[in-house]
Write a protein that binds this ligand. Structure first.
Ligand code: OGA
Ligand code: NI
Length: 209
């Protein structure tokens, strides 16, 4: 079973290769959205989220002034509720390999919570000593998001800046080592399912498969 048609994938990847980023609305199926959001809220209440760091394991730093989010890394084996989501991630990976001639071999995903007042400074999604992240994927889980809530994603391209509203079920893809971006200060709790498609397995970090 496929989530989307080849025509849809091809149309999306044309935009991604042309612009280095892509926004797909209503990407996350309703059912996966419900499961993810409920799961996120229950784990969040259990205090399972860890303060996100900056840099790879050895140089792990936790700095509020740079990023204020809390994350929970997903594991396909343990977090069985996410099986359908991982099937969608597999489809994304396979279609990128087929239509964009990439050689993606794995991915890693976490749930993220930005409490009110949190932001993430302008950055590129690359870890020191570990640069196998190729495509960044951010899927928003914010029920009834409204402009006064803040927490928009700001993308910096060579000729323009783009503001993306973190609307539920919306997916944003961009080239990890190329696109600078920033999360503007959120005024309410901001939730997302964020990950990276990798071009070969890493021995560090939280590799899923
Ligand atoms: C990140 C990131 C963007 C977002 O986690 O590296 O830039 O909109 N997230 O949550
Ligand atoms: Ni980022």
């Amino acid at each position: 079973m496929s989530f989307f048609t080849d025509e849809e994938w091809v149309k999306w990847f044309d935009c991604l290769s042309g612009e280095s980023y892509l926004v797909i609305d209503n990407y996350l199926p309703e059912e996966i959205y419900r499961i993810s959001r409920n799961y996120l809220i229950s784990h969040f209440e259990n205090d399972d989220f860890k303060k996100a760091g900056i840099g790879a394991s050895t140089s792990h730093m936790v700095k509020d002034s740079v990023r204020g989010d809390f994350v929970y890394w997903l594991s396909r084996d343990k977090d069985v509720e996410f099986e359908q989501f991982f099937e969608l991630a597999d489809e994304l990976k396979e279609k990128l390999n087929r239509y964009c001639y990439l050689s993606l071999s794995g991915y890693e995903f976490h749930l993220a919570h930005y409490p009110p007042g949190a932001h993430y400074e302008k950055h590129i999604d690359e870890f020191h000593g570990r640069n196998n992240r190729m495509i960044s994927v951010v899927i928003y889980l914010n029920e009834h998001w409204k402009p006064s809530d803040g927490g928009e994603l700001k993308i910096y391209l060579s000729d323009k800046e783009i503001i993306i509203e973190p609307i539920s079920r919306r997916c944003v893809l961009f080239i990890s080592d190329k696109v600078q971006h920033e999360v503007l200060t959120t005024k309410v709790s901001r939730y997302s399912l964020t990950g990276w498609l990798q071009h070969h397995p890493s021995i560090l970090g939280h590799v899923m498969r």
